[in-house]
Each structure stands twice: as structure tokens, then as C-alpha cells.
Ligand binder design. Structure first.
Ligand SMILES: Cc1cc2nc3c(=O)[nH]c(=O)nc-3n(C[C@H](O)[C@H](O)[C@H](O)COP(=O)(O)OP(=O)(O)OC[C@H]3O[C@@H](n4cnc5c(N)ncnc54)[C@H](O)[C@@H]3O)c2cc1C
Length: 465
């Protein structure tokens, strides 16, 4: 039985644990028990996942995080780490009905751990708190003459801790890789309250198990990340953006491959299917500057501007209709067609959001099959085509009806893909994890979980049963 996205159940049990020690640890103002103050942290960005907590707890230092976890460990209280609450798989909010194991839950907000250290110019690195919002990190790197490589449209809210925990991908993976490739070290608090810290920034350091690597993508189930040492890249831009009308999905996949092979300085390769393009343009009154044929796909490419870039883009796009923007206004206009899709969908209802990767030669058959297998529903297709990563967003099915998820995820696996490209497993996809991971792998996951979090207080119900 798939795990349940749950409707809200009642508030915290009045007979729950005494929170006095927690209040002493983090300050009275930072233990929020009022239902109105808790509400925003108990429901996810999509509105599909929600569940009750006894309090939202907001520590400001690693020592306070450690005190909170020690208290939770001692009192058998479950902990849901939360950053910007932009995650899309229900991993950053408490479980709903049918998920609770009877234990009280706190949401541990890391937003107040928001310090940004000085940029280490010699190493090209910076150490930042888990609560630093991506846009602030990007700005700090830019000011110091560097750039942070990962970018995603939730940049105004997503935090470094959440991005480490989900191994966030985003728009620039085709050039610099996902979060895993940027994280040089982390500081984290274990379920017991012990602090592990590896923030020295050494690029070569073969001294045993790679605990940083283990925590990247662990979705808050193994430890609470409190800080990260991050690699920076040379400044990005100026860039040129091109929107190309490809004749078919296979044509778009081939053109994306050609961009990776022959276009120097590719920063992003995105794709949007025509129904979704028109839907987003109508929702926000945006202009679509190229006409797409039936069955076509719009490919959006962002490339470093150097001498001859515009000519190279023209040659690359061949005789396909193309719009090229070199100025910031024109580029923003083209990017809005991609970046506002999630908002347009959110305005229309609660979607089933499925983020998947396919082998490149299976993307076209997958796109055709997924639309055909969900008749009567609004199926939106878009994503990071340069990485083989598609977002399948489905509107029109009730939030708790998991037949949509089942249908899409089984199709992905049949075609040799992964059920999670970048958003993680969370609560949303837990039931399907055995489709992609062998019993031996899952046993290893459980052994690691049991070693680091023997009482299973960290995000129970996320990733593993
Ligand atoms: C409009 C929109 C666009 C998006 N685009 C992309 C995209 O292109 N690529 C992409 O990868 N994602 C994307 N996302 C998803 C989301 O932004 C990322 O998953 C992001 O990394 C979540 O960060 P957060 O701070 O909001 O984490 P949250 O949502 O708060 O938490 C996410 C997970 O991380 C855990 N967690 C949070 N903080 C910590 C911590 N300090 N220590 C341990 N565990 C922690 C939570 O328990 C949860 O399991 C998008 C989301 C939205 C709404």
C-alpha cells in the first residue's frame, strides 16, 4: 500500500511532553506551539502533504540544534528538519494520517542558522550556515567575484541545508553537476546530539568514510546539517539565451546532445512541451516567440557569451525557428516561460509532481506513453532535458489518489529510468523505492539508518518505512 499523503489531522496532543527544556534551550519565542504559527510549516509547498507537530522549534546555533536533538532523543520525539519548505516530496513536513507512529513530532527549522563566512579566495570556497537561502549565497559569491553553481527557481526560499539534504539539481547540472559536486564538507548534528564537523575544505582527503557524501541526499534521515563548506565557480555571464522550436521530442533530445558536444560554454538546457508552454504563457501573459508544430518541443539553451556565440547558436539550431536574446530583458522573457511553470500549475490545483530521469533514448517513448496512459488528466511535461530529467506534473487527480504516481513511476522503471532525479524520495515516493533499489541495497540503507539514528527520531517515514 503506497504511503499516504495525509490530510491534516488534529493538533498536538495536550498530554504531549513538557517543552520547558526546549524553551530554555532556544528561547521562548522560538518554540512555536500556536496552531496559526505552526500551520505554514506543517503543510508543504504543493499543498499535497501535511501533518501535525507539537511545535516548530527554531534554534540559532549548532549548540542549540544539539541540545534540541538530545532532548528529542531522550523523550522519543520525532524530528522533521526543515529549511525553506520548498521540497516537493513531502519530506520536510510531518506525516499525515496513516503515517504517525504515535510519537509526537517537532518541526526543526534551520532558517536561523544563516551566517555566510568570508569567501576563501585561495580555495574558491565558502562556509555557510544551513539556513542560508540560495539567492543570498549566490549574491555573496557574486560580490566576491565568484559564483555558486547550483541554481533553481525556488532560489528565493530554498536553503543550503535543504539543498544538501536533497542533493538538489536544478538548471546548471549540465555544466557543474548537482549539489553533491559543490559540497566539500559539512557540519551536522547526529540524532544523539553529537556534532560531526568536516569543514577544512581540503580537496584531497582520503581519511576514511566519506560522511559528507553520505549526508548529501540523505533527506534529513541521518543527521541535521548545520553548515556546509561549498565550492565556488568562476563568475557566470554574460550569457545568451535561445529558445528553439524542435520538431519532435527525439529532435529536441538530439539537439540537446549536439549542444553538449559542440556548443562551448553551455550553462543550461531545458525543455518545455507545447501544452505547458501555452498554459504558462496564458497564466502570466507571456509571449511565446516561436511557433511549435504539433508534437514539437521548445528547447531553451543558455550559453556563455563570447565572440561568435550568436552565430554558433544560429548554426546549432539549423533551420528550426529560434528566438535568441542577448540582453537581460529578452533573456528574462524567455526564461519566464520555463521558470513560471510551477507557479502556473500551482494556481490551477494540487498537482501530482513526479520528477524522473530517463536514458536519453527513452525520453521520446516515455513522453508519448505517459500522456497516453493518463487519459482525461492534464499532464504537463517540462524539465532539465540536458540531464535527461523530466518533470511530469499531473492535474485533475485527487491529491490522495496514488494511481497516477504508480502509473508514471512504473513506466519510468520499465524504461530503465530513476523515480527521482533531483527532488528525492520523501514521503511521496517511498512506496516505489523498491522498484529501483535491490533488497540488498535497502538492507544497507536500513543498517546505516540504524547505526546513525537507532531510535529513528530523524524524519521517520521519509525515504524508508
Ligand atoms: C518552484 C520550485 C522549483 C524547484 N526547482 C527545483 C530544481 O530545479 N531542482 C531541484 O533539485 N529542486 C527543485 N525544487 C525543490 C526544492 O527547492 C529543493 O528540493 C530544495 O533543495 C529544498 O530546499 P529547502 O530548504 O526548501 O528544503 P525543505 O523543503 O525544507 O526540506 C527538504 C528536505 O530536506 C530536509 N532538510 C531540510 N533542511 C535540512 C537540514 N538542515 N538538515 C537535514 N535535512 C534537512 C527536510 O527534512 C526534507 O526532507 C523546486 C521547488 C520549487 C517550489
Amino acid at each position: 500500500v503506497p504511503s499516504s499523503p495525509g490530510p491534516d489531522s488534529s493538533g498536538p496532543d495536550s498530554s504531549g511532553p513538557d517543552l520547558t527544556e526546549l524553551r530554555t534551550a532556544v528561547g521562548d519565542d522560538h518554540v512555536l506551539t500556536d496552531p496559526d504559527l505552526r500551520a505554514g510549516s506543517e503543510r508543504d509547498w504543493t499543498g499535497r502533504f501535511s501533518g501535525p507537530s507539537i511545535a516548530i522549534v527554531r534554534p540559532a546555533t549548532v549548540e542549540q540544534v544539539a541540545q534540541v536533538l538530545r532532548w528529542c532523543h531522550e523523550h522519543d520525539v520525532a524530528v522533521v528538519p526543515q529549511g525553506g519548505n520548498t521540497g516537493l516530496v513531502g519530506g520536510g513536513v510531518p506525516g499525515g494520517l496513516g503515517e504517525a507512529d504515535g510519537r509526537p513530532t517537532i518541526v526543526l527549522s534551520l532558517r536561523r542558522l544563516d551566517s555566510i563566512g568570508p569567501v576563501d579566495g585561495a580555495a574558491g570556497q565558502v562556509t555557510v550556515g544551513a539556513g542560508v537561502v540560495l539567492a543570498r549565497l549566490q549574491e555573496a559569491a557574486r560580490t566576491a567575484g565568484w559564483a555558486f553553481a547550483v541554481d533553481l527557481s525556488a532560489r528565493g526560499s530554498a536553503t543550503v541545508g535543504g539543498m544538501v539534504a536533497t542533493n538538489a539539481g536544478g538548471l546548471h547540472v549540465v555544466r557543474w553537476g548537482s549539489m553533491r559536486a559543490q559540497v566539500v564538507g559539512v557540519e551536522a548534528v547526529l540524532a544523539s546530539g553529537e556534532v560531526i564537523r568536516h569543514l577544512g575544505g581540503l580537496l584531497k582527503d582520503n581519511t576514511g568514510y566519506d560522511l559528507t557524501g553520505l549526508l548529501v541526499g540523505s533527506e534529513g534521515t541521518l543527521a541535521v546539517v548545520t553548515a556546509a563548506r561549498l565550492r565556488l565557480v568562476p563568475p557566470i555571464g554574460p550569457t545568451v539565451t535561445a529558445l528553439v522550436a524542435c520538431t519532435s521530442v527525439a529532435d529536441a533530445v538530439a539537439l540537446a546532445a549536439e549542444a553538449r558536444r559542440s556548443l562551448p560554454g553551455v550553462v543550461a538546457i531545458e525543455a518545455v512541451w507545447p501544452g505547458t508552454l501555452g498554459f504558462t504563457a496564458r497564466a502570466f501573459d507571456l509571449v511565446v516567440p516561436v511557433d511549435l508544430e504539433d508534437g514539437g518541443v521548445a528547447l531553451l539553451a543558455e550559453v556563455d557569451e563570447t565572440a561568435g556565440t550568436v552565430e554558433r547558436l544560429a548554426a546549432w539550431s539549423g533551420d528550426r525557428p529560434v528566438a535568441v536574446a542577448t540582453d537581460s530583458r529578452g533573456r528574462a522573457g524567455l526564461w519566464a516561460l520555463r521558470e513560471r511553470i510551477a507557479d502556473a500549475i500551482a494556481l490551477s490545483g494540487i498537482p501530482h509532481k513526479l520528477d524522473v530521469t530517463l536514458p536519453f533514448d527513452r525520453i521520446a517513448p516515455f513522453a508519448a506513453a505517459v500522456v497516453a496512459s493518463l487519459p482525461g488528466l492534464d499532464v504537463h511535461l517540462f524539465g532539465h532535458l540536458g540531464d535527461g530529467n523530466l518533470h511530469v506534473n499531473v492535474l485533475g487527480a485527487p491529491p490522495h489518489d496514488e494511481t497516477v504516481d504508480d502509473c508514471v513511476l512504473r513506466l519510468v522503471v520499465e524504461l530503465g529510468g530513476s523515480i527521482s532525479a533531483e527532488h528525492g524520495i520523501g514521503r511521496a515516493k517511498r512506496a516505489w523505492l523498491p522498484l529501483c533499489r535491490s533488497p540488498a541495497e535497502l538492507e544497507t540503507f536500513r543498517a546505516i539508518k540504524a547505526a546513525l539514528d537507532p531510535r529513528s527520531i530523524l524524519n521517520p517515514g521519509v525515504l524508508l518505512d
